[in-house]
Design a protein. Structure first.
Length: 205
């Protein structure tokens, strides 16, 4: 379906971080990051907006979708936490007695190594993409992928990857939008995930 004409696709700014965090929490109900507070997610997306690739879809001033892509996930979360020492201390103190938290934290930090391809080559990775349910099936997700793809092409990248839980409906979305299944991994014990690769077409822009 063709995206609505009134939807604007823009590079995210720091002012969008809180809206993106709330949309993440609402649109991705499972996963380690989704269990964290809005303030933690807001800080994470503020960091990604400054250092990585983040686009938003807006209906007037309302963020109705977003996409976040890391140019290189190696050490990404370590860099984020080092840049937010006070948040790191608060985050650790709140979860220090949770064995599950410690386990999931290490699994998340080690994720880039587990999902690396071709002799640990680090290529850009789609971290998250969410569209508000009220705006679903309007082509917004596809358009956000195009925005990220153009940005990566400008950076002379010819492909990027995404990690998707094997049992999620999102697999159909990626397959429909030109992602090819590359591998199967077990990022979290007992939970199977798929690695997809998207090859980018060269543009003259």
């Amino acid at each position: 379906m063709k995206p609505k004409d009134n939807i604007l696709y823009l590079k995210a700014t720091i002012l969008d971080a809180k809206d993106i965090a709330q949309l993440h929490k609402k649109g991705i109900p499972t996963g380690f990051l989704s269990k964290q507070s809005i303030s933690f997610l807001e800080a994470l997306y503020a960091y990604l907006i400054k250092n990585e690739i983040v686009y938003v879809a807006k209906d007037k001033d309302k963020v109705v979708g977003f996409i976040a892509v890391s140019k290189n996930t190696s050490g990404l979360y370590k860099r984020f936490l080092k840049s937010n020492i006070l948040l790191l201390v608060k985050f650790t103190m709140q979860n220090i007695f949770s064995i599950e938290f410690i386990k999931k934290s290490f699994e998340t930090l080690l994720a880039p190594k587990k999902t690396a391809i071709e002799d640990n080559e680090n290529i850009p990775e789609l971290l998250s993409i969410v569209v508000d349910n009220m705006y679903a099936k309007q082509g917004i997700g596809k358009k956000l992928l195009e925005c990220a793809g153009k940005e990566l092409t400008k950076l002379h990248q010819d492909r990027y990857k995404v990690l998707v839980g094997a049992d999620l409906e999102a697999n159909k979305f990626y397959e429909k939008n030109g992602f090819s299944l590359l591998n199967e991994v077990e990022l979290h014990k007992g939970v199977k995930s798929y690695i997809y690769i998207k090859t980018l077409k060269e543009t003259n822009e």
